[in-house]
Structure formats: C-alpha cells, structure tokens
Design a protein around this ligand. Structure first.
Ligand SMILES: Cc1cc2nc3c(=O)[nH]c(=O)nc-3n(C[C@H](O)[C@H](O)[C@H](O)COP(=O)(O)OP(=O)(O)OC[C@H]3O[C@@H](n4cnc5c(N)ncnc54)[C@H](O)[C@@H]3O)c2cc1C
Length: 386
C-alpha cells in the first residue's frame, strides 16, 4: 500500500474515533451548553484524554507528532457534526495558539505550555481585537510599557471578542511596546496567565450563533509581565502574527468545508424523508439541481483547501492563497447553509432542527480571522500590486 493511501485509511479511522467521542461526550449535552453559553471546562480534559488536542505538536512537547491532516480532521469532523462552537474554540487552542508557541516560543515556554495544552490542563486564547481595532490591528491601544526600576512590562488595555475568553488558563496578548514607531514595528506578544493580577475576564458576549463558544471581553489593568513572557521578539509581534496567518485561515477554511458537507448530509436525508405533492422532495427536479449545485460548490472548495493544507504542511502556503481559501469556503458555507435551510421549509427555521444552528453558526465565518473584505484586499494586492 502506498504511503498516502495508508494515511487516508488512518484518517478515516481517526474520524470514526472523533465521531464516537462526540456521540459519547457531546451529543446529548450540546443543547444545554448552548443555553449555558459555554462548553464546560471538563470537556477540555476529556478532549485531551482522548488524544484530540494539539495532535500535530511534536511528541517531545506532549503532542502526537501527527501530520497536519489529523489536526485538521478534528476541526473538520466537529464542524461536520454541527458542533461549531467546539470546533472553533478547539481550533483557537490547538491549531492557532499552540502553533504560536511552537513556532515563536522559547524552550521554557514550549515546555511550560504545550504538554498541558495537549492534555487539556491548560486552555489557550489569543487577544488581538480591541473595541476600537479589529481589521485594522495597527490601531490597537493596549500598551506594555517597561518600568525601568522593576524591569517589568506593565500592560494596560481592553480586548474584546476573545474565543475561550472564560475558560482560558493563559492568553497571548498583543500590545504596543514602542509608541514612537508604527505599530507594525513596535508591537509585542506576551503570554499572560489567567490568574495574573490586573487581568479580568469580562462578560461572556451574547451572540446570534456559536452560543456555547465563550467569546468574551478581557481587561488588563497594570498587569506585570517580565521578559520571559514575551512570545517571539520584542517589537516584532506583527511578524509573528503575519507568519501564522496562513495556518489560521486554512483551519477556518477546513471548518467551513466540514460545516458545508454536514449541512448537505442532513439536508439530503431530509429530502428523502419529506414528501410533497405525492413524492419525496428528493424527486423534484428543481430541488435535485439545487443539491447538485451545492454539492459541486462544496467539493470544489474542498479540493482547493486540501491543496492549501498540503502546501501548509510543506511550509509553502502563501498568505494570499490562504486568504483565497478562507474567502471562498466561508462565502460558500454561507450560501450552502442558506440553501439547505430553505429546503427544510418552515422546519428549517425551528431551533430543534440542526440546520437552523448550522445557519446561525455560519455567519461569523465571514467575519472572524479576517473579514471577507480584508481577504479581498490581500488577494487583490497580491494580484495587482499595492
Ligand atoms: C465569535 C467571534 C470570535 C472571535 N474570536 C477572536 C479571538 O479569539 N481573538 C481575537 O483577537 N479576535 C477575535 N474575534 C474578532 C474578529 O477577528 C474581528 O471581529 C474581525 O477581525 C473584524 O474586526 P471588527 O469586528 O473590529 O470589524 P471592523 O474592522 O470594524 O470592520 C467593520 C466592517 O468594515 C469592513 N472593513 C474594515 N476595513 C476595511 C477595508 N480596509 N476595506 C474594506 N472593508 C473594510 C470589514 O470587512 C467589516 O465589514 C472574534 C470575533 C467574533 C465575532
């Protein structure tokens, strides 16, 4: 058997493990978590015990050293099953924050955080966005100013829309360290632990979807950080942020593919069951063509995302190509969940039908991790120049 066939078989088995985990630990509890507005902290530990966190982190740091496809398939599978709050929060933890630490962290930071992230003892978050700065990250106001007598940085500012904002044990905070230069040259990333003096987890924000994702505000008032808490180089935070963007956007694209395919699966099943005018809806030509169109869109997007993942694995994925994947898949996801909901008729509008959740959960995909408009800015600059 050739190597890629063997990996494909392993991934199929791995997906079955994820599905079994979801059936046992999530299925009958998810609606309650959606009402509570948070997934319980214990779920993180269970995910860790089941080997579903940070799987592509090297074994020496507590991961499984698995290829990227395995890490992606976890987000993919939870999205396909309709648990997008979990896939989104898990992606931030395993596919984004853990890789910031792996790629930019000191040896001490890797040893302190990565094994605990893999076991689910630590949950990670990243705080870039502020009430006054999202797309335009250079407009952040959070500052980290060095106190010359203590040698420590003192961080002040407010952040918002932070995923894992209640459950996190540590957060990567983006702060300006040099006011005299543009933010791109004077911004630093700091690892701040959840119990630090001056750090307050703000309110859990009420959203139209992803209800059990604990998206929150975050306040930093005189938080002290020493140099060992700097992630990467002083004043070089933007370089680290830019370097990690292709991974971040690819994983959002993977989630979009999973969610589209999941929405199509439940819709096809419904169309076979539901009858109108004396026959199943699945036999009406206009509906058959709609399904054909949506399936085509989902499959073409999946093929492009697979190509991007292969490039990412070789460290060759450009920011523009990752942006194309994010733009295309999340826009397609929006169209497909809308089209699928329509085929459920009035039942699609009812909360008890999972397609309604797929619809509300999908909306944010075109906003976070860089909006569709920002993706178009990046792609057009790549094609046309500045
Ligand atoms: C559920 C959720 C989870 C999130 N999780 C995190 C997280 O964990 N960490 C984190 O740091 N952030 C997180 N975010 C924040 C997210 O990344 C931002 O919301 C996003 O980047 C957009 O920023 P903004 O909301 O400030 O919108 P704005 O930047 O104010 O944009 C408003 C509108 O203007 C458009 N626009 C802005 N600039 C341009 C331009 N140059 N050209 C054309 N159009 C433009 C935008 O596309 C958008 O349509 C999360 C957000 C949500 C909703």
């Amino acid at each position: 058997m050739n190597q890629s066939l063997a990996i494909e078989e392993e991934i199929t088995l791995f997906r079955k493990t994820i599905e079994a985990f979801a059936k046992k630990e999530i299925e009958d509890k998810y609606s309650k978590w959606e009402q509570d507005g948070i997934i319980p902290r214990e779920l993180w530990k269970k995910l860790g015990d089941a080997g579903l966190l940070c799987v592509d982190i090297p074994e020496q740091y507590g991961g499984l050293g698995a290829p990227l496809q395995f890490a992606a398939s976890i987000v993919d599978e939870f999205s396909r099953l309709g648990y997008s709050s979990i896939s989104g929060n898990l992606a931030v933890h395993s596919n984004i924050v853990a890789h910031y630490i792996l790629n930019a962290g000191s040896e001490e930071q890797k040893i302190r955080y990565l094994p605990k992230m893999a076991s689910g003892d630590f949950v990670g978050a990243i705080a870039m966005t502020e009430p006054g700065a999202g797309s335009d990250l250079q407009g952040i106001r959070t500052t980290a100013i060095k106190n010359t007598s203590t040698g420590k940085y003192v961080i002040n500012g407010s952040k918002t829309f932070i995923s894992n904002g209640q459950n996190f044990d540590f957060v990567i905070v983006v702060a300006k360290t040099n006011q005299a230069v543009p933010a791109a040259k004077g911004t630093t990333l700091f690892i701040i632990e959840g119990d630090s003096n001056g750090l307050t987890k703000g309110k859990k924000l009420k959203k139209i979807g992803l209800h059990s994702a604990d998206t929150s505000e975050l306040f930093l008032e005189g938080v002290n950080a020493d140099s060992s808490q700097i992630l990467g180089q002083l004043d070089q935070g933007f370089i680290t942020l830019m370097r990690e963007l292709p991974r971040e956007r690819s994983i959002l694209a993977v989630g979009a593919c999973g969610a589209m395919e999941g929405a199509l699966e439940i819709t096809v099943k419904y169309l076979h069951e539901r009858e109108a005018f004396g026959k199943p809806l699945s036999q009406l030509q206009v509906i058959r063509h709609k399904i054909a169109e949506m399936t085509t869109e989902a499959k073409v997007n999946r093929a492009y995302v697979n190509q991007c993942l292969a490039q990412l694995e070789r460290n060759q994925l450009s920011t523009a190509d990752a942006s194309i994947a994010k733009l295309s898949t999340t826009e397609a996801q929006g169209r497909i969940v809308d089209g699928c909901l329509q085929l459920f008729g009035g039942y699609g509008y009812m909360e008890e039908y999972p397609i309604s959740r797929a619809y509300t959960d999908a909306r944010v995909q075109r906003i976070y991790g860089g909006t569709s408009e920002i993706m178009k800015e990046i792609i057009s600059k790549d094609v046309l120049g500045k």
